[in-house]
Design a protein around this ligand. Structure first.
Ligand SMILES: Nc1ncnc2c1ncn2[C@@H]1O[C@H](COP(=O)(O)OP(=O)(O)OP(=O)(O)O)[C@@H](O)[C@H]1O
Ligand SMILES: [Mg+2]
Length: 293
């Protein structure tokens, strides 16, 4: 039997394994300003996978997850067709995915900050006046979006999320994601990192709401170094800053093709990802599957 590619995203490939399982493979591809760089970032796929597995473990008493295993020894034989995926792959249960992205924001950044500047609201909910960019919100807020198959996801109100998934699921998703965010924020804060916001994707497995997709990675979250957080300014993102700075200074107009990256930027970015994992999760990447000895 061979694997069927069911989705190729900007960063990951998804293969069907029989009817009820998926093989999710994180590549080393790096996107910046929504464009994929030509050069892979060594170990990025392993970092994304190791982080997801770390957080699913931390959150395991809160909700079930889709993860079956990330251990290469537990992969189906056909996984060998995909090449060397040790440490970059997760075998997961296929879920009936909710058609929303479950974003939780603890700080005012990105599209949330843009909306607030325009209307004083966040996803239509009123906020105190006088907040600055990157300010901490009074409470973490559930700010869902649609899952666009093309183009950008669209922010929606809680009521629109209810229209899409029903009252019961919307409220269960909100409660689960806000609590998961609180726990992650508290854990990362102890390591000097702020989780400004993050996106969860939930699905139904065996009739239960389960955490799916990637979890609390730099690709699905805004991580800020706490010592560089200064309301009124846009804090640097922990992982992408060296790359973004270089790209900004390169004169590139942010449309494909991207400029080719100097080796030191590739190395620095890879080291950032690894350091982020080791700092936030308190583990060593060398101890994760797929380490080159
Ligand atoms: N356990 C699961 N069962 C079924 N689908 C899942 C599961 N976990 C994640 N998914 C879905 O798999 C897909 C993963 O796609 P991926 O994130 O790699 O690319 P994308 O979302 O199409 O594009 P982008 O690169 O912009 O993220 C998403 O549609 C996600 O909702
Ligand atoms: Mg995705």
């Amino acid at each position: 039997m061979s694997l069927t590619l069911v989705n190729s995203g900007k960063v990951r490939e998804l293969y069907a394994v029989g009817d009820d399982r998926l093989l999710m493979v994180a590549s080393d591809r790096m996107s910046a300003f929504d464009v994929i760089m030509a050069e892979p970032i060594p170990d990025k796929g392993r970092v994304l996978t190791a982080m997801t597995v770390h957080w699913l473990d931390v959150l395991s008493d809160l909700a079930p997850s889709h993860l079956i295993t990330a251990d290469p020894a537990g992969m189906p034989a056909e996984a060998a067709e995909v090449g060397d995926i040790a440490g970059r792959a997760m075998l997961v249960r296929k879920a009936d995915m909710l058609p929303i992205e479950c974003i939780v924001r603890g700080y005012l950044a990105g599209s949330g900050w843009k909306e607030y500047q325009k209307s004083g609201t966040l996803h239509g909910m009123a906020l105190p006046t006088g907040l600055q960019q990157a300010d901490r919100l009074p409470e973490p807020m559930f700010t869902p979006s649609t899952k666009a198959t093309e183009g950008h996801d669209e922010n929606i109100s809680y009521d629109q999320a209810v229209d899409l998934v029903g009252k019961e699921l919307a409220s269960a998703a909100r409660d689960l994601c806000v609590e998961a965010y609180r726990r992650a924020h508290a854990a990362a804060e102890e390591q000097g990192i702020i989780v400004a916001d993050t996106k969860f994707e939930l699905g139904i497995i065996d009739g239960r709401l389960a955490i799916c997709d990637e979890v609390l990675t730099p690709d699905s979250s805004r991580f800020w170094p706490a010592d560089q957080w200064q309301p009124g300014t846009n804090p640097p993102s922990y992982d992408k800053q060296p790359l973004r700075d270089w790209l900004e200074n390169s004169g590139w107009d942010k449309t494909p093709p991207p400029p080719s990256l100097p080796p030191e930027i590739v190395t620095e970015t890879s080291e950032r990802y690894i350091a982020g994992y080791e700092r936030i999760c308190g583990k060593r990447l060398a101890d994760w599957y797929g380490a080159k000895g």
